[in-house]
Write a protein that binds this ligand. Structure first.
Ligand SMILES: [Zn+2]
Length: 678
């Protein structure tokens, strides 16, 4: 439900599809594996041949993908344990006679409405009625703006919100961006391979079924589905690719509202701006002007009736997860089974827990950190962040390929980076969001509206640097280039990723690597284009910039040779930022660990030297596997490489690894053309 800011570089693959979130079954038990678990290893494998399998072979055997999951890994297991904790909080808050304050009232009643399957079932498609009528009443294309403004969170036509000004990061401005598709990426509409063609057929069949569920006759529904496909294909063709969007310069198009009106004159922008509460908006960023040109052509070309069909589809599509079983299951059938290969739907309590986290994450998170994230954990994590920071400072100073002038700028950026650990200093105020025990979809819509208005209320105001893009219980982390901050939610600072009772080596390999990864994002191919304040400004000398590009292309060439599934290789240009961050991150973690333990006599444990434990700790942070369908999906939409290569691709570039495991120079885990950026 939440649309995170564009420059949030998450540590790992979050939910791939916004309308279907991911997680798993099995009753959670608050027991956890150690930071380094020897039973997860496969010691019959030579670490110099396949380090991923050596670190994770046992884990893979012991952890088959649960039927309601698209993939399963160390972090999804942690997330699952977390769901159990959150469930306890939500059940207490929704009990018949709970003791609660304004925040726990909201999370409790939201959860109670979502878990009331009987009430949801009895309503069928009824909750969609007011919106369907609004679409039916549309008398002319000129009135689109009205409906689009009302349906913005349903991803109708395009996306609209706020963003930091690329040229002045301290200011928030409005932004319009491409959107309006039902498939996960524009590539799905244009690729010609047999799998893509089949998937499009399955998609059209799904759209048809949804229209039938709304009461349309099969023949009519089939024709309607074709109309939707035709319109979305045209929008997709006008959309930028993910690789194009990784270069922020391609998205920086601040213009007057008059300029936007010239690009898409058939859309009533003034009506739209007035309707969303911005009647005197003068300028905005138009991230993808080509899309709005294509949209205008379509507005012109397609009939009013076909546009109404398109809007009905997006309405039912966005709301299906919150409706009765027939809608819910048909939605899961396509987005869960066909697209991701899941076998079954997650239990309702898990979906509802995620839903409350999505809509009221800082209210839920406040209770969560009180119970599960103490001040010691925060102190320990901050200490590690500072050590990694200082490793980066040493690294920059020692870089052989960078001039003193660029180094000076890089250090300014590093010192300007804010480190956020656990949860925000100031909790979000949800007092304007009204949650009532009762209708599930009404609560969802109010939460969407609240978030949309909250985003728009920032426009024309100075930036709030305290804000977070992830909720405290989230098992993930991120760097935001425009904020120049790294963020570690309380949820990821838990065992086994972060285990205060473990020896230092695996903790540094795992959480140290995560911290280093986020920090390096500030200096990857995308992040390096922003300065310390988050402005899109080139602070590199020309020669250093060229050298960076050369070194980074070594990495994209390396990863582009790895196969994901069938004949699909990693798109090394899509994953470049993450791959650079993975390598830089582990190098920094290694340095920080060595500094932290300088002068200490470190001992072997479990027949592993301290150095080996560092690397196995890292390898085990990536134990996991995806279903074939999900591998194909990730190949198109995910900027992260598959777990296996996040391990092997990184360590094969590190001489420290080769030394730790005494690998011969020609071993598979030694990259002959060693890449090094940071
Ligand atoms: Zn990342």
């Amino acid at each position: 439900m939440r649309i995170p800011s564009r420059y949030v570089m998450a540590f790992m693959t979050a939910s791939l599809l916004s309308s279907v979130s991911a997680q798993q079954s099995a009753t959670p038990a608050p027991q956890h594996e150690p930071a380094l678990d020897v039973t997860s290893m496969d010691r019959s494998i030579d670490p110099c041949v396949d380090f991923f399998k050596y670190s994770c072979g046992g884990w893979m055997k012991n952890n088959p993908i649960p039927p309601d999951q698209s993939s399963w890994d160390t972090y999804s297991k942690m997330q699952d344990e977390n769901l159990g904790r959150l469930r306890g909080i939500l059940e207490a808050a929704s009990a018949p006679d709970p003791k609660r304050n304004a925040a726990t009232q909201k999370i409790g009643d939201y959860y109670a409405s979502c878990t009331d399957e009987k009430a949801i079932e009895s309503k069928g498609a009824e909750p969609l009625k007011p919106e369907l009528e609004r679409i039916a009443r549309l008398g002319s294309k000129a009135d689109f703006a009205d409906v689009a403004a009302a349906m913005i969170q349903e991803n109708v036509l395009f996306r609209f919100g706020s963003i930091q000004d690329y040229r002045d990061a301290s200011q928030m401005i409005a932004e319009a961006d491409q959107g309006g598709l039902g498939l996960p990426d524009r590539d799905y509409y244009v690729k010609d391979d047999p799998k893509s063609v089949d998937l499009r057929k399955a998609y059209v069949a799904h759209v048809q079924k949804m229209f039938e569920l709304l009461g349309d006759k099969p023949d009519a529904a089939a024709a309607e589905a074709q109309n939707v496909m035709r319109i979305e294909t045209a929008l997709a063709k006008g959309s930028m690719t993910r690789v194009e969007r990784r270069d922020p310069k391609n998205l920086d198009h601040k213009m007057t509202t008059g300029d936007l009106e010239k690009i898409s004159p058939d859309f009533q922008w003034q009506v739209y701006f007035t309707k969303v509460g911005l009647p005197s908006l003068a300028s905005l960023n138009v991230a993808s002007p080509g899309f709005f040109k294509a949209l205008n052509e379509e507005l012109d070309k397609e009939s009013l009736a076909d546009w109404k069909t398109y809007m009905r589809w997006h309405l039912v599509h966005a709301d299906a997860p919150f409706l009765s079983a027939s809608f819910l299951n048909e939605n899961f059938d396509f987005y869960g089974k066909t697209l991701q290969g899941k076998k079954e739907l997650r239990p309702r309590w898990k979906r509802c827990t995620d839903e409350v986290d999505g809509g009221l994450g800082e209210a839920l998170g406040q209770v969560y950190v009180e119970k599960y994230f103490g001040p010691e954990a925060k102190q320990q994590a901050l200490k590690m962040v500072k050590e990694i920071d200082s490793a980066m400072e040493q690294d920059i100073n020692a870089l052989p390929w960078m001039s003193a002038a660029t180094k000076q700028q890089a250090l300014i950026k590093l010192h300007g980076m804010a480190n956020k650990v656990g949860y925000p200093d100031k909790w979000r105020d949800y007092s304007k969001l009204d949650i009532e025990r009762g209708d599930e979809l009404e609560n969802v819509e109010r939460a969407r509206k609240f978030e949309f208005d909250r985003q728009l209320a920032k426009i024309g105001k100075p930036l709030d640097r305290g804000e977070w893009d992830m909720t405290p219980p989230t098992v993930n982390a991120y760097y935001n280039s425009q904020m120049n901050d790294i963020n570690f939610p309380a949820g990821v600072l838990q065992p086994p990723a972060f285990d205060p009772t473990s020896d230092a080596a695996p903790n540094y390999g795992d959480t140290g690597g995560t911290i280093g990864h986020e920090l390096t994002h500030g200096f990857d191919d995308e992040g390096r284009q922003f300065d310390a304040q988050g402005n899109l400004r080139d602070w590199w000398t020309e020669d250093d910039g060229k050298e960076f590009v050369k070194r980074a292309s070594c990495i994209s060439d390396q990863y582009s040779t790895y196969t994901i599934i069938d004949d699909i290789k990693i798109n090394g240009k899509l994953t470049l930022g993450e791959d650079v961050a993975d390598l830089g991150g582990l190098i920094l973690a290694y340095k920080a660990w060595k500094d932290d333990t300088k002068g200490e006599k470190l001992h072997a444990l479990d027949d592993l030297t301290p150095e080996q434990r560092f690397f196995v700790g890292y390898g085990q942070s990536w134990c996991g596997e995806s279903r074939d369908e999900t591998k194909r999906l990730r190949a198109t939409v995910d900027p992260h490489s598959p777990e296996k290569y996040r391990t092997n691709g990184v360590i094969s570039n590190m001489p420290e690894f080769q030394e730790a495991f005494h690998c011969k120079a020609e071993s598979p885990m030694v990259n002959q053309n060693r890449c090094s950026v940071w």
